[in-house]
Design a protein around this ligand. Structure first.
Ligand code: CUA
Length: 349
């Protein structure tokens, strides 16, 4: 018995401790935008109602068990049998109805608010409406900005304080899109486009995940949402628009890397941020601003060492990825040159 209590207290202590581990860049419980806040409010409201019901029912249960238990000397006593009590029946019908109403009104209101993507459905988009086609692929994410005509991958840049509309699709199989601190998850299916919107209140980098088991590297299919001020967003789109695939290189080594890239990589990867090809033709991540990325392969810090490691052994880093075996073995020198070129591809100079 003592042992069990120790276990119980240990688990509760751990729950308390780990509960403190929530980070504002990836916790549903620390919402960072309007959508996440609405969803969090619903979570709190429904939990409060459920806890209230459990407490009241448990209290009544304990009261009845204690008060009406068989007493000494009454072993064969049968109390008065009561069938039906209008007052009680009305009470226990009306209370749940009231509770359900309290739950239903905000849930339905929020559901309509969250599903309102009308501005993104217009035949001709308003100039300042931000609509991004999100395409989930075997282990990476593509973001195509409709008004801005920009294609990028892995890092989705958005302005703070503005609604961002998303058209979400799975390009190969089913995945699911989730940025815990900004919005609840939504499926990305190959057969239909799902729509949602989200909004970030504060600048920051928020973690995004694939939340549909999709293969050996499902857990590594991550992305980032970078929220920046509206002015920075304007500047970003302007500088992205200048990345036409002919970016200048900074060194002879990077120039050599560019040549290798043009031979071995360009068949799948574009370095032009205005990639006008249809989505189906964009089979690999757009690398126009690769140097700005937070992560390599969606999982490790974007630095020289990790880029080299990725180029040498993509399979070891991200099993089942589609890049493995697409190019021959590169010499160390070629890997160094390619790395210099790739890290020099930046929108923000
Ligand atoms: Cu894509 Cu899991």
């Amino acid at each position: 018995m003592m042992k069990q209590w120790r276990l119980v207290s240990l688990v509760s202590l751990l729950a308390l401790l780990l509960g403190g581990c929530g980070k504002d860049f990836q916790s549903t419980l620390i919402p960072q935008g309007e959508v996440a806040k609405m969803q969090y409010d619903l979570l709190l409201l429904s939990t409060a109602i459920m806890v209230l019901v459990v407490l009241v029912v448990t209290a009544i249960f304990i009261y009845v068990v204690v008060k009406f238990r068989q007493k000494k000397g009454q072993e064969n006593y049968i109390p008065k049998q009561v069938e039906g009590n209008h007052k009680l029946e009305i009470i226990w019908t009306v209370i749940p109805i009231l509770l359900l109403l309290v739950l239903a009104v905000p849930t339905v209101t929020y559901t309509f608010k969250l599903a309102d993507v009308k501005p993104a459905q217009k035949q001709k988009l308003d100039k300042d409406t931000i609509v991004i086609d999100v395409s989930a692929r075997l282990y990476w994410w593509e973001f195509a900005y409709k008004n801005e005509k920009i294609v990028t991958s892995q890092d989705m840049v958005i302005p703070t304080g503005k609604k961002v509309y998303l058209n979400l699709k799975g390009a190969d199989i089913k995945h699911a899109f989730w940025v815990p601190s900004l919005a609840g998850k939504i499926d990305t299916n190959p057969d239909n486009v799902n729509m949602m919107w989200l909004k970030a209140d504060n600048p920051g980098t928020y973690n995004g995940f694939c939340t549909e088991l999709c293969g050996p590297s499902h857990a590594l299919m991550q992305f980032k949402v970078k929220a920046v001020s509206p002015e920075e967003y304007e500047a970003w789109t302007a500088s992205m628009n200048k990345l036409d695939g002919k970016q200048e290189t900074a060194s002879a080594q990077a120039e050599e890397g560019k040549e290798i890239f043009q031979k071995s990589c360009i068949g799948c990867h574009a370095v032009d941020a205005n990639d006008a090809r249809p989505a189906a033709a964009r089979i690999a991540p757009n690398l126009a601003n690769f140097g700005d990325r937070e992560l390599v392969a969606g999982i490790v810090e974007n630095n020289e060492e990790n880029v080299k490691q990725w180029l040498k052994d993509p399979e070891g880093m991200k099993p089942g990825n589609l890049m493995t075996g697409k190019y021959g073995n590169l010499t160390d020198e070629q890997v160094d040159a390619l790395t210099a070129y790739l890290l020099g591809l930046k929108a923000e100079k």
